[in-house]
Design a binder for this molecule. Structure first.
Ligand SMILES: Cc1ncc(C[n+]2csc(CCOP(=O)(O)OP(=O)(O)O)c2C)c(N)n1
Ligand SMILES: [Mg+2]
Length: 313
């Protein structure tokens, strides 16, 4: 684990610095799409994607930046997409919530809550029919488990023993609604998955090494042809649901709760395990990020003729 510990730390720090830079510049109004930041939740994205292979498929949701970056997505193309530029991974026509990049097998993110779950199951069905062992990773929030399509997807994936890893990021909230006003306290999502015959476990989503280990075990199980796995990770978003600000003064969540989770910061937790020159690492990352923002800002906007552009970029 020691060799990977530093990689896991660096990737989480990188994603944190990128999203903080997005938050800091958002008021400039050059990024004209909503942004859902994963600040606080980096360990899930990084632990999962670092345990995955390049050939594994990824399906995400509205909170997609960390998933895309951890899977090896291109920072310049992501920022250009958020800036609506033609050098973006979707030619500037998708924005933050529609990141697609087939070069890293990121098959898409969509903001319709739960909508991307059956898309991922469909990809896994294709994989099975093609006799391949690639796993499709489907990231979903705990709110998405309230959509009917979640149950249908579990059923079909279990029935066909599809190579799917469901990763549920339980950050306690769907926008401003806590779990307590949305789901019965007896509604155990892991038990729901198990009731479909799916191997299901929970883990602490702010411990990147715990996530990584659980996901490695899940991949071994899935690649052996045993069917899907469902993992639920407890975590917490630090910023508002959508946008760059903090919102702990709004009243839908308490300051005590926020402070509790802030102290459980996944990056600080991992920092205690790695011996490294953090200052130098931060400087290098900051330089990479500055260059990527400059690239995004200097890139041209899309033209009206989409055919020209796909040939061009
Ligand atoms: C079908 C549908 N219903 C409602 C919304 C509005 N909406 C956007 S994000 C979101 C919260 C989803 O919560 P969760 O799945 O837990 O993800 P989180 O935002 O916490 O990461 C909601 C309700 C939507 N986009 N799609
Ligand atoms: Mg949530």
């Amino acid at each position: 684990m020691i060799a990977i510990s530093l990689d896991l730390y660096r990737e989480m720090l990188r994603i944190r610095l990128i999203e903080e830079a997005i938050a800091n510049r958002y008021h400039e109004q050059k990024m004209r799409c909503p942004v859902h930041l994963s600040i606080g939740q980096e360990a899930v994205a990084v632990g999962v994607c670092k345990a995955a292979l390049h050939s594994d498929y990824l399906i995400s949701n509205h909170r997609a930046h960390a998933h895309y970056l951890a899977k090896g997505g291109n920072l310049k193309r992501m920022l250009a997409e958020i800036y609506g530029k033609r050098t973006g991974c979707c030619l500037g026509r998708g924005g933050s919530m529609h990141l697609v990049d087939l070069s890293v097998n990121m098959y898409g993110s969509t903001p319709i809550v739960g909508g991307s779950i059956p898309v991922g199951v469909g990809i896994a069905f294709h994989t099975l029919l093609s006799n391949k062992t690639d796993v499709t990773i489907i990231f979903l929030g705990e709110g998405a488990t309230e959509e009917g399509v979640f149950a249908e997807s579990l059923n079909f994936a279990a029935l066909k023993k599809l190579p799917v890893l469901f990763v549920c990021e339980n950050n306690l909230y769907s926008v401003y609604s806590p779990l307590s006003v949305r789901q019965s306290p007896q509604r155990d999502r892991v038990a729901l998955a198990r009731a479909h015959g799916i191997l299901a476990k929970t883990g602490y989503g702010n411990d990147v090494e715990e996530v990584y280990t659980l996901v490695q075990e899940a991949f071994t199980f899935i690649r052996a042809g045993n069917g899907p796995v469902f993992l639920e990770f407890d975590t917490y978003r630090h910023r508002e649901h959508c946008g760059p600000n903090f919102d702990n003064t709004l009243g839908y969540r308490s300051e005590e709760e926020f402070v509790f989770w802030e102290k459980q910061c996944p990056i600080q937790l991992q920092q205690k395990r790695v011996q490294t020159d953090i200052k130098k690492m931060q400087e290098d990352l900051t330089q990479e990020i500055e260059e990527a923002f400059a690239f995004a800002e200097m890139s041209p906007y899309p033209s009206f003729n989409a055919d020209e552009e796909s040939a061009d970029v």
